[in-house]
Design a protein around this ligand. Sequence first.
Ligand code: G3P
Ligand code: MG
Length: 245
Amino acid sequence: MKIDTKIIAHRGSKGTRPENTLISFQTALDDGADGIETDVHFSKDNHLIIMHDETVDRTTNGSGLIVDKNLAEIKHLDAGIRFSPEFKGTTVPTLQEVVELLIRDHFSGIFNLELKTNKIQYPGIEKAVFDYFASINYPFQLIYSSFNAHSLEILNRLDPQAAGAKLFKTAAKEAKSLKKDHLISDFHPDIRWIKRHPFFAPAQNLRPWTVNSTEDMQYCFERNMAAIITDFPARAVQVRTEMRE
Ligand code: G3P
Ligand code: MG
């Protein structure tokens, strides 16, 4: 079967490594992922911090909001020990550290940066992200995404060429918002939403999350969706290889 679907590693190889850490991203590259998805927040001193939640509580040995901490405090946290003692000493990366890892690896796939501005807006974060990428040369395809369409509008104004993906979760509310999201070029829906709306089109810019079971992977590969976002890129590579044979 011809399958062009790309495999994007969700927070790195989240299923087997502490999420959103350099070891998680390196493992995703070693697993053969075609893309990396990650989440970004602003620290108190306006550094771009890679983490999923607004607080550090779930994934580190600390507590409190990222926005209330400066970079030096965040760098003292352990982002591995809660996942497994084996990863004790793993630090919270900045956006720059992740991008430098990808550049060192000559990564030419998709880098999907999700701006986590739906709960805390982090005024100025879009400009900071834009300025950072404008200041470097990078070999990958950059796709911005956010649950906050306003962030994507700001990025679109700053960089009309950049791809912007609206993330969505629930049927009624989000389906309505699609009509007015004319600036949004790509769609990253919950796989459960897609399975309830199987005629949603087009497939070329559809990258659902989080596609973890073999069955869901097969569902997306059969429909030749643009990409899947998965916690288990190694499994996805294996499933896709078997289906291509
Ligand atoms: O970008 C897809 C996915 O990461 C969106 O949800 O909560 O895992 O960031 P979340
Ligand atoms: Mg995300």
